[in-house]
Design a protein around this ligand. Sequence first.
Ligand code: COA
Length: 133
Amino acid sequence: MRKEKQKSIEVSVESASQEDMPTVIHLYNSKKHTADTCGVGPANTYIAETVNGTIAGALSVFTRGGVPIIKNLAVDSEFEGMGVGRQLFEHVIDELKKQGYHYIIVAHKNMNQGFYSKFGFKELNPSEMVLAV
Ligand SMILES: CC(C)(COP(=O)(O)OP(=O)(O)OC[C@H]1O[C@@H](n2cnc3c(N)ncnc32)[C@H](O)[C@@H]1OP(=O)(O)O)[C@@H](O)C(=O)NCCC(=O)NCCS
């Protein structure tokens, strides 16, 4: 269930390091929609860090047929509703646009489609949405 809107916090979005991965995997495993951590690693994972260095959110990017697929977008329950998901998601979409991709897919496992719609994603199939950039 979505939490009520709270005070927004600033996070910095960075590529994950090897040391970040246990926390990231723990975060993914704490969420119903992100339990599939196969293929997740520092090379395809971005983290959102608070000023104190706490990992508040993360996502991983895969590719299929040359199209990037964002999987496992997860915000730590403690930080939900504070703009962390938006900052992380916007940063990665911008990054993928800069890399020259024309389409971005997000896998949602039937959760949070309302969040992805806010960014212009449209239904592609029952478990994925797509954005033309
Ligand atoms: C969905 C999720 C990634 C969003 O991240 P977040 O940091 O909480 O979202 P933000 O605060 O950045 O919200 C950005 C905008 O999206 C909206 N939003 C957030 N979650 C939404 C949802 N599920 N559906 C529709 N809109 C949503 C917010 O209201 C906000 O709108 P605004 O900019 O118009 O005010 C995050 O809440 C999450 O990880 N949810 C998982 C929930 C879950 O797994 N539950 C099961 C636990 S077992």
